[in-house]
Design a protein around this ligand. Structure first.
Ligand code: C5P
Length: 229
């Protein structure tokens, strides 16, 4: 399981997504399909991108009763998908069952611990979770590991802590990457691909620094070189 750069394909429709991916004629990047594109185009867009030889992280952040999550995930032909650890271990275990194919293989399954948009104050005042945010993230990551999941989505600044609590083989998938000389857009806490490498992240999720670049293929290759090379 090697380190890789995942491109967040946050486009509003399939046409723009496929047009963007057409540019990658040599190396076929690992791509993330999020709710925006999936709800607009349905499962067909997953099949189309898969047929072009890309690996896919389907970022649907599921959170429902175990039986529903298990059924939604059954027979899904992607390489990575995710759910909320807040759905509890029973839901995560059911998800793994649903994902496992007849031959025993399955996509990687990773958990969202706390969204980075949730502050410690809101967690305490609205969700009545009084433990410090870092402790909550570590506990949810441990629950995910105990349920048999492969890793978590987290802030790059949490990757070290997650590895120290859950072991170095437990994957950290981290967004918030910017080139040192690039605009940060709406991200608040950002790191560079080089820093992500040093922090021990396993997969970095990079959107606009690649998708909004005038030369996305070069931006992707530079990002790869700095993170993996
Ligand atoms: O364009 P940008 O590089 O900011 O895209 C980052 C991607 O990672 C987006 O798809 C965003 O939704 C996702 N993400 C994030 N922060 C999180 C979780 C997911 O930026 N905490």
């Amino acid at each position: 399981m090697g380190k890789d750069v995942i491109i967040a394909c946050d486009f509003p429709d399939g046409e723009r997504t496929l047009g963007f991916l057409d540019r990658f004629t040599e190396r076929k990047p690992f791509v993330k399909i999020g709710m925006e594109l999936f709800y607009a185009e349905g499962p067909d867009i997953v099949r189309k991108i898969k047929a072009r030889g890309h690996r896919i992280f389907l970022d649907l952040k599921l959170h429902d009763i175990p039986n529903t999550v298990k059924r939604v995930l059954s027979g899904l032909d992607v390489d990575m998908c995710n759910l909320h650890a807040a759905g509890t271990k029973a839901m995560m275990e059911a998800a793994l069952e649903g994902l496992t194919r007849e031959d025993g293989t399955r996509p990687l399954l990773i958990a969202v611990t706390q969204l980075t948009s949730t502050s410690e104050e809101r967690m305490r005042d609205e969700l009545l979770i009084s433990a410090p945010l870092e402790e909550v993230v570590a506990k949810y990551a441990l629950n995910a590991r105990d349920a048999g999941l492969d890793g978590v989505v987290c802030s790059p600044l949490e990757a070290e802590k997650v590895h120290s609590v859950c072991g170095s083989g437990f994957l950290t998938v981290t967004p918030g990457v910017r080139f040192a000389d690039g605009a940060v857009q709406d991200q608040v806490r950002v790191t560079t691909p080089e820093r992500e490498k040093a922090l021990g992240s396993d997969y970095i999720v990079v959107g606009r620094p690649i998708t909004a670049s005038p030369d996305p293929v070069s931006a992707y290759e530079i990002c790869r070189d700095r993170f993996i090379g």
